[in-house]
Design a protein around this ligand. Structure first.
Ligand code: AHR
Length: 500
């Protein structure tokens, strides 16, 4: 049995945990858009204007705050004009990045922004820098955001009179790789140019996200912050800088499967997942040097587990199953974002459905839908949206694996506007339960709910036949005595405690 003592300082609220760190990402990749979110208006699967209703309802349940689109690597190969106007006239192009399939462009700007309206979330559009032009991006912004002028008229002719006033714009994606293989110096120059032409239209100030580093490439951040953050007159050219880091056990050439895995496979994901903390610390230090006031937010717009694809599926489609190991990874990662929420303002799980660490999987051809353990984690973290972070002091031991360390118990806490306190915690040990002694300092502990995500065995999955094998249940046996809360976290689990 592991023993961990936690003290939550309930009377010392800190910075706001921006709800946008619980964001999502949908790329034209595999079955994320087509045969995932989008089934088309004529499908037998219930849909609203082509968007799958059960999936929309599920995503509304976790109140997704923003959705990034159309990529990913696809973004720097995407020309937005391909996706407007009558569908039957839209060009059919090869999606060269992802499986070489023919892209019908049935989903374009109007459809995607309709999805965001159905979801009640903010769109986050990724612009094309790698193969596009400043003019193309400038016109996309104007098409979406202008009240008047020929692009607003074209938008109206295509069925939308009111501008969408899209706030979140990415200036390229992975321009150090699939987005043009640029050096940071080249990218900083492109950022200056592209950013200049992404205009604020009336009532629609933009939050421009510059392309940030791949994992721990701190030099990239250094150069882009130095050369790309401001123009010669000191005006901001970006309000956010991205970061991509995937938890990828194995190597790019030989990735581990999502399941089964052994003890070492479990630990690899915990250790590689917790590496996100060191990576964010490194980039934060560089950003703090150039921007001590914190004007440029860190935007971790791609994160999650990346495994070998499921046997028999297209390697270019990145379809993978999930276990409770991924739920613990999601909790660890969200805890890291919360711990760094002074700088981390937006984050996007990769990707929403049928791709990488999805929150949902659908049967091919539009059949059944299953929610993954990661979906449940987002459910437990809902009370943290826009709440104020509370300091948590923990004596959790550090575990070592392959030269990396990670905490055996990770916990975060927040104070919501209604005065309630939520503590989210996970046990990263896959075999031993963790006895937690938790003190809520500065207020009486009146426990309202205790929930836990557990699996019958570590390698179990939610399947179409057994969709709730891994589920959120009440956490039994929580005792509150003299202001101290005692509970036991099952091995490999994620939990939340809610105090009124
Ligand atoms: O999420 C899958 C891919 O991973 C994205 O397209 C790209 O940005 C990253 O390399």
């Amino acid at each position: 049995m592991i023993s961990t003592r936690l003290t939550v300082h309930a009377a010392e609220p800190g910075p706001v945990i921006d709800r946008h760190i619980f964001g999502h990402f949908a790329e034209h990749l595999g079955r994320c858009i087509y045969d995932g979110l989008w089934v088309g208006e004529d499908s037998k699967v219930p849909n609203v204007r082509g968007w799958r209703s059960d999936l929309v309802a599920a995503l509304k349940q976790i109140r997704i705050p923003n959705l990034r689109w159309p990529g990913g690597c696809y973004a720097d190969d995407y020309h937005w004009r391909d996706g407007i106007g009558p569908r039957e006239k839209r060009p059919r192009r090869v999606n060269a990045h992802w499986g070489g399939v023919v892209e019908s462009n049935a989903v374009g700007t109007h459809e995607f922004l309709d999805l965001c309206e159905q979801l009640g979330c903010e769109p986050y559009l990724a612009g094309n820098v790698g193969s596009g032009t400043p003019r193309e991006l400038r016109e996309w912004v104007e098409y979406c955001n202008a009240d008047a002028g020929m692009l607003a008229e074209e938008r109206a002719a295509n069925g939308r009179r009111e501008p969408w006033k899209v706030r979140l714009w990415g200036i390229g994606n992975e321009n150090w790789g699939c987005g043009g293989n640029m050096t940071p110096e080249q990218y900083a120059a492109e950022l200056r140019r592209f950013s200049t032409y992404t205009r604020d239209f009336p009532g629609a100030p933009l939050l421009r996200v510059g392309c940030g580093a791949n994992a721990d490439d701190f030099r990239w951040t250094d150069v882009v912050m130095r050369d790309g953050a401001k123009n010669t007159f000191g005006h901001a050219l970006m309000q956010g800088l991205s970061l991509h880091y995937y938890t990828l056990p194995g190597t790019w050439a030989k990735k581990h499967p999502a399941t089964p895995f052994d003890e070492s496979g479990w630990k690899s994901v915990m250790a590689l997942g917790w590496k996100m903390d060191a990576i964010i610390r490194g980039h934060r230090a560089v950003m703090d040097r150039y921007d001590p006031a914190g004007n440029v937010g860190m935007v971790v717009d791609e994160w999650g587990a990346w495994y070998e694809v499921e046997p028999g599926t297209n390697p270019g489609f990145l379809y993978q199953q999930q276990t409770v190991r991924d739920a613990v990874l999601a909790a660890l990662t969200l805890n890291i974002f919360i711990n760094h929420c002074e700088r981390v303002r937006i984050a996007n799980l990769a990707q929403t459905v049928n791709v990488l660490q999805a929150v949902a999987l659908t049967e091919e051809g539009g059949g059944r839908l299953v929610l993954t353990p990661t979906f449940d984690v987002f459910g437990l973290y809902l009370p943290h949206y826009d709440a104020r972070r509370l300091p948590v002091h923990s004596d959790a031991a550090l575990r070592q694996h392959d030269g990396l360390s990670y905490p055996v118990v990770s916990a975060t806490a927040s104070l919501a506007a209604d005065g309630s306190v939520t503590v989210t915690l996970c046990n990263t040990d896959g075999t031993a339960p963790a006895a937690i002694a938790l003190t809520l300092a500065g207020r009486a502990a009146s426990l309202r709910a205790a929930k836990v995500i557990v699996a019958p065995e570590l390698t179990a999955c939610n399947t179409f036949d057994r969709p709730r094998t891994i589920d959120t249940r009440n956490l039994d046996g929580v005792q509150v005595k003299n202001g101290e809360v005692a509970l036991t976290l099952p091995p490999g689990s994620v939990a939340s405690l809610h105090f009124a």
